[in-house]
Design a protein around this ligand. Sequence first.
Ligand code: PEP
Ligand code: MN
Length: 363
Amino acid sequence: MIIVMLPGATHREVDGVVARIEAAGLRVHVSRGEERTIIGAVGDVRRLEPEALQVLPGVERVVRILHPFKLASREWHPEPSVVKVGDVEVGGDRLAVIAGPCSVEGEEMLVEAAKAVKAHGASILRGGAFKPRTSPYSFQGLGVEGLRMLAKVGKSLNMPVATEVLSEEHVGIVAELADCLQIGARNMQNFALLQEVGRTGKPVILKRGLMSSVDEWLQAAEYILSEGNHKVILCERGIRTFETYTRNTLDLSAVPLVKKLSHLPVIVDPSHATGRADLVGAMSKAAIAAGADGLLIEVHPDPPKALSDGQQSLRPDEFGRLMGELERIASAIGRPLTGVCHSGSGRQNSGRQAGSGRAAGMV
Ligand code: PEP
Ligand code: MN
């Protein structure tokens, strides 16, 4: 349930409503907008009759939110949310590109990848230290050592870093060393993990589960929001369908749909969505045209030698060309890219053809 306060409602009136909700045993989230304050009451709302709130001083109206997600909904927060990762805004006037290797494989390759993505205009560096591999025999990531490398390289290049956190036990260290925590597709419904990252208050990229509906995805976001962490970035990364030419099927319609349902920023990961470097460019452009707030793209200095996801990783020169093309689309839709962008030329063409995206162990 949300309580919309009258424009100019006093602090005292807001406090009065908050006290009434808390007395009914519900949790309160207050959103102070420029014009008015909106109060969210979450929990078992049957304990509180809307009429009891409607009569309180300063209240304009009481609205029941019918969606299963509340704090993620547009009703609760009508304006789009902007999430700051370091100094980079995601969901604002500009588009953010997060790029880097699938896995941190060593410092040298990470520096090479990071310098390249930064030079081409990416504003956030990504790299996996804890990897959710399909096979237990595949490269599992460098763990804390990789995390430290990522933090060091990000700092040296003045780039905020994003990395996946796989388990509750590592939330503390990842929150300490990274600027943004990623919840991977396979963990989208690991509710204890969601609550733990919610308690860190750090920005979180929440990937859509492989087989999750939009409702389930937004309810997963709700787990983080309801812990008081409102810095959630949603990431569409493709869902499983019967198609085998691509690793997943990019659900582009989810972008405008989720932006309608929710105030949270939505980015697209065309790398995991397609599993094919040769399709990443087209899907990146389509994602931006569809209204995504940014992209998450895997880039590797030498993709054939990558320890994970080489088949879908762009080479730095391919990434540079793509950024040039994206820059033109971004300016056409009036949302320039964050970061310095070099204009590229020609069509993006990796020259590599990935096969079916179902190879075992792909991350
Ligand atoms: C990743 O970003 O490297 C990753 C494993 O992504 P996903 O959880 O979307 O598969
Ligand atoms: Mn990957």
